[in-house]
Design a protein around this ligand. Sequence first.
Ligand code: L34
Length: 293
Amino acid sequence: MELIDGKKISDDIKKEIAATVEQMVAEGKKRPHLAAILVGHDGGSETYVAHKVKACEQCGFQSTLIRYEDSVTEEELLETIKKLNADETLDGFIVQLPLPKHISEQKIIEAIDYRKDVDGFHPINVGRMSIGLPCFLSATPAGIIELLDRYNIDTKGANCVVLGRSNIVGKPVATLMMQKHQPGDATVTVCHSATKNIKEICAQADIIIAALGKPGFVTADMVKPGAVIIDVGTTRVPDATRKSGFRLRGDVDFENVASKCSYITPVPGGVGPMTIVSLMKNTLLAARHEVYE
Ligand code: L34
């Protein structure tokens, strides 16, 4: 079994990006600039956005964090998005999800100018991705593809089972895994809460991408010997032995699955850091106008 080291790969990529940025600055160009809108104080969102701000620093980007309380109205957010769309100093921005129930996430996503949508959540980017056109790829799926690529994992013709059908991970990663080139070219099955025989389907898989948010869901009996396991879950579970009071658990029963597979991503240190670095890659692409005018 080989551990897929997302932390190391993401550090390598950040260095590559930083070198490119210094070259841009030496040529008199401005530093890439990313803004993030964070609503409320969800522990996970606070951590992820803090990681994004820190990654901007490491890449030599300018960053702006805009915070609102949970009580912010949809109108206020839409107004801010309008300003960010028009702000020429800004290359891209994101609105960290989830949002409070009284705000329509879809309405917010669709208000973002797709040329600044470095999350790749706008229907134009999603649609372009699904037919293989240049676009901003959403960060978690792009990070997973990058890991498979950097570890030279052969995906052509592989049976790939995706667990979960969310718009931000399950659906797009399934789309990318079936695209007609490496990494991709896989036979993809998407399983979700209504799937029958989920254990049997997983047991046939050469690659399992688990993105359901159910800690320890993928158990050893569901894993074919030699399979590749990508664990997207990062659920906070109570842990009295930790200072924070919780620890992170993936969707895979790592202790029992690890010895059975060929490659596995740890939690933390697997897909999470790749999500952050994929956002940095998109921001660089936006600053260099490499996807859209
Ligand atoms: N708009 N909302 C928007 N864009 C995104 O790309 C996200 N996502 C998901 C949730 N909402 C979003 C993230 O940023 C998930 N996500 C994310 C980002 C980073 C990490 C995990 C999820 C991450 O860094 N995980 C670390 C551990 C972090 C910790 O200590 O809690 C890891 O090593 O897995």
